[in-house]
Design a binder for this molecule. Structure first.
Ligand SMILES: Nc1ncnc2c1ncn2[C@@H]1O[C@H](COP(=O)(O)OP(=O)(O)O)[C@@H](O)[C@H]1O
Ligand SMILES: Cc1ncc(COP(=O)(O)O)c(CN)c1O
Length: 274
């Protein structure tokens, strides 16, 4: 099989790991060619006290795409989008999706509608209607977190039943596969991830419980969407196997991140015994 090639349109940060900085290397390790367009170049992620840099607009994106078109380079198996900083840039992405799908009707578009977390938006509010009206109908797979699901739906999601209803509404808009990266709809010490895929008119649903680590991670959502893209490809679109693999590898990464931050030894050999 030819090497899959992803066009990844997300943020770049000088310091740290979010956006393309967190998606590119794992995707490469999993066997993907990754071509990155940095929707913004920022000093650091938006949680810091100071933040500055450049935000690309639709003309910047058009220049890159026009030149690539001239070289016949717009041939991809996957498109991945994440943090976008400008509404005009996001609208332009709709045209890019259509062109890439015209060049490869089998292209899979994985959209992480990155807008915020824990009740706070960290992108301009004007992105929301563009995601709702223009981007969602074009996406094959979406990976919102609980807050983003609520924003897209325009309604609170307060129970698992609410979440399934929200997911059905996204299916109704044309998204065949929905993975909710995390929600706090379960017990106090767990995160719940949900996935649903429309197969022959039926929704095949999977729910996973993740033991919650006592820390707040940035970039974990970007890793989630990149790994989801990779595992959906490797499993032929099996959402159960993909979610299992994504969560398993994410937990290993987050535990190592936490251990490093706490100054604990990063890796130890243990005797495995019953
Ligand atoms: N505190 C945590 N404890 C355990 N796993 C976490 C934690 N935060 C994030 N994760 C992992 O990262 C994935 C992405 O979730 P999250 O970071 O909430 O996404 P987003 O950044 O889009 O809000 C989850 O599915 C989960 O596997
Ligand atoms: C520049 C940038 N890119 C991407 C993200 C998304 O991060 P996450 O994976 O935690 O959703 C953030 C969130 N702070 C960000 O500031």
């Amino acid at each position: 099989m030819a090497t899959p090639r992803v066009l990844s349109i997300q943020s770049h940060v000088v310091r740290g790991y979010v956006g393309n900085k967190s998606a590119t290397f794992p995707l490469q390790l999993l066997g993907f060619e990754v071509d990155a367009i940095n929707s913004v170049q920022l000093s650091n992620h938006t949680g810091y006290k100071h933040i500055d840099g450049q935000i690309l607009d639709e003309k910047d994106l058009d220049k890159l795409i026009t030149s690539m078109r001239g070289n016949n380079l717009l041939h991809y198996t996957h498109l991945l989008t994440g943090y976008i900083g400008s509404p005009a840039f996001l609208s332009k992405i709709a045209e890019v999706v259509k062109e890439l799908k015209a060049n490869n009707p089998n292209l899979l578009y994985v959209c992480d509608p990155v807008m915020g977390d824990d009740g706070k938006m960290y992108v301009p509010q004007s992105l929301l209607p563009i995601y709702q009206e223009t981007i969602l109908p074009l996406a094959d797979v979406i990976t919102p977190n609980q807050f983003e699901m609520e924003l897209l739906l325009g309604q609170k999601v307060e129970s698992i039943e609410d979440a399934w209803r929200a997911i059905e509404a996204f299916h109704g808009k044309g998204c065949g596969t929905v993975l909710v990266s995390s929600s706090t709809l379960g017990a106090k010490d767990e995160l719940i991830a949900l996935s649903s895929k429309k197969i022959d008119g039926k929704s095949v649903r999977v729910m996973a419980s993740i033991p919650m680590l006592d820390a707040h991670f940035t970039g974990s959502g970007d890793l989630f969407s990149a790994l989801t893209l990779a595992w959906l490809h490797k499993t032929g679109g099996n959402t159960q196997l993909s979610l299992d693999n994504v969560i398993y590898s994410l937990q290993a990464v987050l535990k190592r991140t936490l251990n490093k931050a706490l100054g604990k030894e990063d890796f130890k050999y243990y005797e495995a015994s019953l």
